[in-house]
Design a protein around this ligand. Sequence first.
Ligand SMILES: C[S@@+](CC[C@H](N)C(=O)[O-])C[C@H]1O[C@@H](n2cnc3c(N)ncnc32)[C@H](O)[C@@H]1O
Length: 185
Amino acid sequence: MSNPYNRHYRKESYFGQPYPGLVDFFESYPERNVVLDLGCGQGRDALFLGGIGYRVVGVDISDVGIEQLNKAAKQEKLQVEGVVADISSFDITNEYDIVLLDSMFHFYKNDVEKETRLLRRIMEEIKPGGLVCNFMQKGNEREEKLKSIIKESGVPFEILLDGYTDYPEFDAEFHMYIIRKLKQE
Ligand SMILES: C[S@@+](CC[C@H](N)C(=O)[O-])C[C@H]1O[C@@H](n2cnc3c(N)ncnc32)[C@H](O)[C@@H]1O
């Protein structure tokens, strides 16, 4: 079965621009380090981050999205590289300081196991001091689910941001949850 996003990505900037809340957070974050954007799509976030000085590796199963991202990164001479791969088995090595997930979790019945496995693995594999930045559509149940998976991972963390951002192009609100993994005592 072909990836449905390959069809969506025939349209330029299918998901529009990065959310204002994402822009504010990353612009004011004091370090410009290495971001792993899991499920980066056409690279709306990866390219923005590259433009303000982060080095970014974007991973997506859509070869169409990754091709567009790599073309734009080359044109704009950014330190942004797109890789076609399955995020469910992509290693979160020590190379990465920040893991970004934008619109990747919904916790619908059919996906909840897979998404829980991914989130737990990210918590375990990201290095201490690393950030996990999740952006997803606002919703009490899914926000509680996200927080409970992170808490139940048993990995110590601190919350840097728990709030909402507008998503003007789609007239929606998105939840932002940004945490830092702490060293195990
Ligand atoms: C809702 S889109 C979000 C894209 C991007 N994060 C954004 O916000 O613009 C979901 C993306 O995840 C990708 N995706 C879904 N499952 C994946 C997997 N197992 N491995 C890699 N990419 C995946 C899809 O191809 C799609 O590009």
